[in-house]
Design a protein around this ligand. Structure first.
Ligand code: NG1
Length: 678
């Protein structure tokens, strides 16, 4: 990099709790800014060009010259959201300079979580930073809201306002004309879950026309109503009607309109009332009342506003069956996500229930598809000068030192090169597939079964018996023990697996725990203990994965929700309920990867030249493979404690780009969907 990035901007996505399709009618909304965001690292340029590259290679680099009238890129191009911000700011302030920017983001696109507005807001902040201009937040909210209409959607101002005005731990009630924001604390035992129907609602496609049609119909409904003789003396805006006319009368007025205007009008006015009631329920901590409002909102959006689809209806139904207090589609609709409210204790059952019902029925792993997210109500957008950013948050976002980069490189080598299959092939001198062919048909069922049992036992061991006294790691002792167990296993082959595997797994786990301690982990925390169990998932593909998912960070992303939920569950309950869905799900996810390694080991042991002693050697390689994974994993985690997850992940990806191997995919998206922004 020729010269350093000078600023970093971050703009969050949002989930709207209630108040849907009200913003463009001047009525209130109640969204939450979430932990997913668009980030841009940038440096100012001497000319007026904006040059953007995206960390996600699916979004091609783009550039343009800032002007007051910018011709758009083709419809659906991600660069149009930056152009939207540039054109608006150019008209408002006259910009002197452009910038070079590196864009990264993790808001699912076309999902009703406002990835598009986050990009508009981030682009606006980047332009302001590059030009040294400061704008008042409220003005910026309004400017970015009208700026986004550049892409052809007649949208309201909710998304830009919450992206700029979010507050950690809070939902924000937003009123329009004039813009007012009122943070409402989210009760501590409420959880907001975002569940993606995985039906794309693309604003650059059909959803845009359908959205704009709703905006038009709302205007027509109001005009038709006011044109009636009986309307004499009525307020002439939705806001005026909602605040000045009784709800019964509003429903009568709605009923007198022709379809579909009558439904559109009824939705808008009843939804506005629900926002008031939802704010009151949240302030009172009344989750049941809040849930009922979500349900009513969904019914209204489905029947009167006609913006749901059968998948969203099904998802919302499943959510209620599995313990959500209420659920509804969120965002514009036509696909995208549902928002669910639940009590914290209902969360594990809710997530597992959705995984089994809605996603399971479709053969979809919701974690691999990044379809389930527990919202963390977050602060709004921010700009950091990079030196300031480092100074303010201390060492957590400092770049890695040269020595640490070397550590990271060592970790990466261990984690990514070469897989267990290659190590075993080198040992037996025959491709592992030959051994696979020697295994009886029932092997795969036996392996899955044994793997799941062994991991369940390992989890028990990790949670119940792992102490916290630091000792130096002693790989050799553990390896000798495992070789002993493998020598027995080699004699008996497949039937012995059920006995042998829990033993080797336990031995590996002890060794992993030692390595964890030596890298400074505090094994008294459930999170660290689960990090030990996670090791069994690394170093190979899972059954049914595509190769893109095998990189270390990809596997961690895929496991992240399950691990976090399990850690929370164990912290609260210990291991009293081993059959709890959240733990079963974690074990199943790790088992799907670990079973591949176990099959490979078994295949190597099945090759005739590999007798008892050979079997022991196979086991030694097996154990040392996972010790390597553990060493790499806990080095990465040590660096994350010092520098933050994002910083280390980025450094890791850059190392890979410099190396010979194609980079492992980072980020949780694995859908192969074409790259587009909502
Ligand atoms: P999403 O869900 O991001 O498409 C859209 C509008 C909002 C609001 C909601 C419906 C944009 C950028 N945003 O959000 O203003 O009208 O639909 O409540 O189009």
């Amino acid at each position: 990099m020729a010269s350093r990035w000078t600023h970093r901007v971050r703009a969050p996505g949002r989930v709207n709790l209630i108040g849907e399709h009200t913003d463009y009618n001047g009525l209130p909304v109640l969204p939450v800014a979430i932990q997913r965001s668009v980030r841009i690292e940038l440096r100012a340029r001497g000319d007026r060009r904006v040059r953007l590259t995206n960390e996600d290679p699916r979004f091609e680099p783009c550039e343009f010259e800032i002007a007051a009238d910018l011709a758009p890129f083709p419809s659906g191009h991600w660069g149009n959201y930056a152009k939207a911000a540039a054109q608006a700011l150019q008209r408002r302030s006259g910009l002197d300079g452009g910038f070079d920017g590196l864009v990264a983001g993790d808001i699912p696109a076309a999902a009703g979580l406002s990835s598009s507005s986050a990009l508009v807001v981030a682009s606006a902040l980047a332009l302001l930073a590059a030009n040294g201009i400061e704008l008042e937040r409220g003005e910026l909210m309004e400017l970015t809201a009208s700026a986004e209409r550049y892409v052809g959607t007649d949208s309201g101002g909710m998304d830009q306002a919450i992206s700029l005005g979010g507050r950690a731990g809070h939902a924000v009630r937003i009123d329009f004309d004039p813009l007012r924001l009122e943070p409402v604390p989210l009760p501590a035992d409420w959880r907001i879950v975002i569940a993606n129907s995985l039906v794309e609602a693309r604003k650059s496609g059909g959803a845009q026309a359908a959205y704009n049609a709703r905006v038009r119909e709302c205007r027509e409904a109001l005009a038709a109503l006011l044109a009636r003789p009986t309307a004499l003396g009525l307020p002439t805006t939705y806001r005026g009607l909602v605040s000045g006319v009784q709800s019964g009368r509003l429903l009568e007025l709605a009923a007198a309109l022709p379809a579909p205007l009558s439904g559109r009008f009824r939705h808008v006015v009843t939804e506005a009332a629900r926002v008031d009631e939802a704010v009151a329920a949240m302030r009172a901590g009344d989750l049941e009342a809040f849930g009922r409002l979500l349900d009513a909102s969904h019914a209204s959006l489905r029947d009167d506003y006609e913006v749901s689809c059968k998948e969203l209806d099904e998802l919302v139904g499943c959510a209620r069956e599995h313990g959500a207090a209420g659920a509804r589609l969120t965002g514009a609709g036509f696909g995208g996500c549902a928002v669910l409210a639940a009590r914290a204790e209902a969360l594990p059952g809710l997530l597992a229930g959705l995984a089994q019902s809605f996603y399971g029925r479709r053969g979809i792993d919701p974690v691999a598809r990044d379809a389930l997210l527990v919202a963390e109500p977050s602060d709004g957008a921010q700009t950091d000068r990079l030196e300031d950013a480092y100074a303010r948050v201390g060492p957590t976002t400092m770049p890695l030192s040269a020595a640490e980069i070397e550590d990271l490189r060592r970790a990466q080598k261990l984690l990514e090169h070469p897989g267990l299959a290659i190590k075993l092939t080198n040992l037996i001198g025959t491709p592992i597939e030959k051994g696979m062919a020697l295994l009886p048909k029932r092997a795969s069922t036996l392996v899955n079964d044994a793997t799941t049992k062994a991991l369940r036992a390992a989890l028990r061991l990790a949670v119940v018996t792992m102490g916290k006294k630091p000792r130096p790691a002693s790989r050799a002792t553990h390896r000798v023990l495992a070789i002993g167990s493998g020598a027995a296993g080699g004699f008996f082959g497949l039937p012995a697996l059920a006995i042998e595997l829990p033993v080797s797994t336990a031995i590996i786990l002890r060794s992993v725990a030692d390595i964890a301690r030596s890298e400074g982990e505090d094994l008294s925390s459930p999170e660290s203990r689960l990090a030990c169990i996670e090791v069994f998932a690394f170093g190979g593909p899972s059954r049914g994965d595509d190769a893109a998912e095998t990189g270390y960070f990809a596997v961690r992303s895929a496991l992240s929700i399950a691990v976090a939920e399990a850690a929370q569950f164990i912290a609260e309950k210990g291991l009293v309920e081993e059959g709890a869905p959240v733990l079963v799900r974690l074990v199943a996810q790790i088992a799907s990867r670990f079973s591949v390694a176990v099959s490979e080991k078994l295949a190597a042991q099945a090759v005739p030249v590999v007798g008892a002693l050979g079997g022991a050697t196979v086991n030694a390689i097996f154990v040392s493979h996972f010790q390597d994974m553990a060493t790499g994993h806990f080095i990465v985690r040590r660096l994350e404690r010092a520098h933050g997850f994002e910083e280390v992940r980025r450094a890791y990806a850059n190392l890979d780009l410099a190396g010979s191997r194609a980079p492992p995919r980072i980020g949780p998206r694995a859908s192969g969907d074409p790259p587009r922004i909502a």
